[in-house]
Each structure stands twice: as C-alpha cells, then as structure tokens.
Design a protein around this ligand. Structure first.
Ligand SMILES: [Zn+2]
Length: 454
C-alpha cells in the first residue's frame, strides 16, 4: 500500500490549526458544490464551475480591533485618476476615443469621481475634457489644475462638476519649483477657490509633497481654505515617502482642524500606497485617489483593484453595494491594453495566480471550505479559483476530487497511489492536468481489470 500522501510538506504559513474544516455530505468530507471546484494546473485554462459556497464573514476585522471614531472605512469615495495621474504613466497615450471608453467603464464600475488632465495642458486635453463632460456620466467629472487663475478660468468653461487645485508647499518645491512663500500661496489659493465657487462648481485644494511640508504651514493653509468654504482639502504623498503611521497621524490631525472633506493622493514608490489609503480612511479621510492598475507618474499610486480588495475585507456589503466588482478585470484589461502592459501575475484579485491553490494542505482545506485560505471570494469579483493538482506539493484529497469530476471510481488507497505517481512525475518535469488525468484513467482501468497501456 502506498504511504499516505494526504499532505504536502507544510510551509511555514500553513498552520493546520487555522480553522476547522467543514465536513459535509458524505465520507469524503467534500460537499457536492465543492466537488465542482475546478481543478487546473499552473498552465491555467478556463473553467466554469459554479461558485462554491463560503461562509466568509462580511467583516474580517479581528474582534478586538475597534474602528477609529472618525473612521470612513465603511463610507468612502473614490476619485479615479486614471485619466489624469494615469496619463502621466510612462506608456500612456490616450486618444479621445480611449479616454471616453475608460471614462464610461469607470462610471459603470461605480467610481464616485473621474479626474481628468488639466484642460490648460493642451488644446486636445481641453476638447477631451469637454467631450467627457458631455457624456452624462453618473460620476462627477472633475479636472486637476495648478492653483492659478488662468487655469481656473479655462477649467470652469469645460462643463466640469469640480476642480482640483494643487500647490507645492514643501521647501523643495518652494525653493526649486515655483519659488513662492506661504503668504503668496494662501492668497492665491483663496482667490482661486472664491472664483471656482462663484461658478457653482465643487473645489478641492491640495498641497503637493505634503509629507515634506512644514506642519504649521500645512495646517495654516488648510484652515484658511476651509474657512472660505473649500469642499475638500487634499494631502498628497507626491513622492511616496510616507508610511501608514505618518499618514494616520497627519489625517487625524487635519480632521481635528478642518470641517470639509479630506482627500488623499498616495504614491507607491516605497510600496505603502494601499496601506496608506487604508490608514487615511481609518483616520477620517473621505476620498481616496486611485488609478486602474495604479498607473501614474513613476510607479504610480494606489491601484483601484487593490483598494477594492482591501476595503472589501473591511465592509463587504458597502463595497459590493457600491462598486461593480465583477467589472474589475474588464476595466483593468481595457487600461492595460491602452497602455500596452500585461496585468502582473501577482496583481490583487485579477493576477493569474490570485486564486490558485497549490499546496496539498491548502487544497484539502479549500475543497472543504474556501474560507480556510481565501479572504476574498473570487466569485464576488467574477473570478474563479483554481486548485493546482499537478505538482509535487499535491495532496490526495485534491486528486480524489479530480477523479470524482472525471467520474472515475477509485479507492482511497488507489488515489493515494496515483498521488505518489503525480509527485514522482512532477519531480522530473512540469506536469499538466492531462498527465494527472492520464494517471487517474490508467489506475481506473487497472482497478477494473482492463489492460493498461504501457
Ligand atoms: Zn500623483
């Protein structure tokens, strides 16, 4: 008899005590729905099994964690900036038709605001801005301009619902970019805000490079613009230097001195953009800037899909009720195509291996209850899980599930024997699902007294 192959060698994060495995419907511990979980090898391939059930709770926060009093993790808005920040991505060139397609897709996805490149940037940018304003989207259409009256005059004529103005406040930008002092910046900001408001249009004022700005300067200007009735103030981690704790502290402080909404714009140079967005919301921010796949200047900003994944784990009902998550892949493919990039293998939600399970110990638990090793339900995002059984890490529970899918009756000992053969084969070469199926068929024929091909 073949030795037990129930579990592959455990990896350090595979503690078997992570949760009880739900055994239902019969001796194999796998219910009829879970038997239908598609199995596939790493080469991928479409499958269309029905979505398995899951008892994933709507909130994943550990019970001892209390939300901040000002927390907006269950009440936030997205300012989608693929058509502004994303236009600064190295590969981006969006013609009018592409911009309209992306704007419509983002609108259908359910983002709250769509931010466009400044109409003062070029004649075509102005025309595109006007064209998108005429689409009659549900999302607010806003544009992003310098804190300058010339830009503001052009922006308010395009038909936008709002204007985002930005001004550098760090000593680096004050010294090496615009060369203005804080008195000048404040005066200019108030002038532009008054003008835009007089047109009945929404206005946001943001500092640039906020985390390298003097805190007294920052709070002074935010208070000044709040006093004249700006709709939102913005914090921008323009260079991606901030960490989650700094973001939390700054937003919390700002929340205590202004009454308007707070937007955050977070670059991802050091990998903190998603965590920073979450911490900003926890501290009382109301709006997060995103772009599809995170595209933007340098390596970009908080990705839309990643923010969806993060916030889904906080309040699934809010996220699913507001955003059309099943469109995520379509929106990402549209943008990836437009800027000629591939969706990364490890992308949040839509990366090709985002829902692929390989280790035997994982596969066994996933087959019994997907919640054991999945924090996101793939079906909520229109995705499908894969259990990779053609590897040296495979386990006999997953192999048995595959045999049942193929309608092959084999005893547990026979399944364990096939599992050993799969492992041996996978030790010497890449193994495909077809190899697994052939081994199972051979075993089935042998068990039924038929001649097995050599
Ligand atoms: Zn930016």
């Amino acid at each position: 008899m073949a030795p037990s192959t129930s579990d592959a060698p455990p990896c350090p994060d595979c503690a078997p005590s992570e949760g009880p495995i739900r055994h239902v419907n019969g001796s194999n511990g796998v219910d009829s729905t879970h038997q239908a979980i598609p199995t596939n090898v790493a080469s991928g391939g479409a499958n269309s099994a029905p979505a398995p059930t899951s008892n994933v709770p709507s909130k994943f926060l550990m019970p001892f964690m209390n939300r901040d009093l000002n927390s907006n993790v269950a009440n936030f808005k997205i300012i989608e900036s693929t058509l502004r920040e994303g236009e600064q991505f190295a590969n981006a060139f969006f013609d009018t038709e592409t911009k309209i397609k992306i704007a419509k897709a983002l609108d259908a996805f359910g983002v709250d605001c769509i931010e466009l490149t400044s109409p003062a940037a070029s004649e075509q940018s102005r025309k595109d801005c006007e064209a998108i304003c005429k689409l009659g989207l549900k999302a607010k259409v806003i544009t992003h301009i310098r804190c300058h009256m010339d830009d503001a005059r052009i922006a308010v004529e395009t038909g936008v619902d709002g204007v985002d103005v930005v001004m550098g406040t760090s000593k680096f930008l004050r010294e090496y970019s615009h060369g203005k002092d804080m008195t000048y910046i404040t005066k200019k900001a108030v002038e532009v805000i008054d003008f835009v408001k007089s047109k009945g249009i929404e206005i946001r004022f943001s500092t640039e490079d906020s985390f390298r700005s003097d805190i007294v300067d920052l709070l002074s200007i935010y208070q000044a613009v709040d006093k004249v009735g700006v709709h939102r103030v913005g914090i921008a981690d323009t260079i991606g230097i901030a960490n989650p704790r700094q973001v939390y502290e700054l937003v919390k402080l700002l929340r205590s001195v202004v009454s308007c909404d707070i937007e955050v714009h977070l670059h991802n140079d050091t990998g903190c953009a998603i965590a920073n967005a979450y911490c900003a919301l926890e501290a009382g921010a109301t709006h997060i800037d995103t772009s599809v796949l995170g595209i933007g200047e340098r390596n970009g900003i908080t990705p839309l899909g990643a923010l969806m994944a993060r916030m889904y784990t906080e309040d699934r009902e809010y996220v699913m009720g507001k955003y059309n998550l099943k469109m995520l892949r379509q929106v990402e493919e549209l943008v990836a195509d437009a800027v000629q990039i591939q969706i990364p293998f490890n992308n949040y939600v839509t990366g090709y291996c985002a829902f692929t399970h390989k280790a035997g110990i994982h596969a066994k638990a996933i087959l019994a209850n997907p919640s054991t090793y999945e924090v996101l339900r793939p079906e909520d995002f229109g995705m499908t899980r894969y259990v990779n059984i053609g590897s040296r890490l495979t386990g006999w529970n997953a192999v048995k599930s595959r045999a049942e899918q193929l309608g092959l009756t084999l005893s547990d000992d026979q399944i364990k024997d096939v599992t050993q053969k799969i492992k041996a084969l996978a030790d010497v070469r890449e193994t495909q699902l077809e190899d697994v199926d052939n081994l199972l068929s051979s075993a089935h024929q042998a068990a039924n007294g038929q001649k097995v091909a050599a």
